[in-house]
Design a protein around this ligand. Sequence first.
Ligand code: G1P
Length: 312
Amino acid sequence: MTLTKAPKPVRKAVFPVAGLGTRFLPATKVMPKEMLPLAGKPLIQHAVEEARAAGIEEFIFVTGRYKEMLEEHFDHQPELMNTLEARGRADLMDRLKSADLPEGSLFLTRQARPLGLGHAIWCARKLVGDEPFAILLPDDVVQAREGCLSQMMKTYEQTGGNLVAVMDVPREDTRKYGVVDPGAEDGQIVQVRGLVEKPDPARAPSTLSIIGRYILQPEVFNHLAAFDRGAGGEIQLTDAMEKLIGQQDFHAFRYDGTRYDCGSPAGFLQANLAWGLADPETAPALRAFIAWQESGKMPAAFDSSAKTGTQS
Ligand code: G1P
């Protein structure tokens, strides 16, 4: 598959972060669910770093009430930096800097009512304007050698148009996802003939399901503006995307990597375990711990902390 003309570059990404996070109450009573830490970094930072690595220059948060902590997280923090500098903690200063965004690159809009993902994206229409854009749902975290959005950007160079990341799910789980009606396949790229939001497993056109990574053309806003209600009575992004099929190129992409649903308590714990096992500093202790748990034979003495104590 080769395009005659390079597609318009994707410079902007939308992060819908207005959701309530009820599945994590009371942890999310005052703290946004996107601030939950996955291996020491909030979920939102994982998503923003993935977008930056893919070349995104403008970060658009669709936020809501009690979510101010999310924007503050990406601010430069001079007091803390000064304290760390005085203590000679260049290592911690580097860690902190990883959460700084270039000035003038973070944009905010608000979704005042919880009317669905499609509505959240529509709220970003003025900030996106007339150019292709990415969407990252911070609940979905992908562990991969190359970031999921970076992989998609390379694929988009070949396909142009609209591109969604997909994975196969067990058939009984199609009711949790937007599901693709697949056409011709070319390696990891699948032609999209249709899309259905949260279909009944018996009626699902396939088990190929969308995860929270999209590259879309701005025309999707025209369809979102109809405010049609879909599955669950919500304004669904999937329904607006479905209307683009036949008008524009539309492909699904089987990315390399493992996606964790950090919006579910089990998925969130699995992700923490996966990251912990991938980190050479924590992996040995975690592996030993899992072995003990599985064998039921705990050692007589057990100290879960690996480090000795400087004040932290
Ligand atoms: C949303 C989308 C769905 C997609 C899913 C991926 O659903 O509506 O199409 O498959 O994200 O995580 P939600 O999880 O918000 O119900």
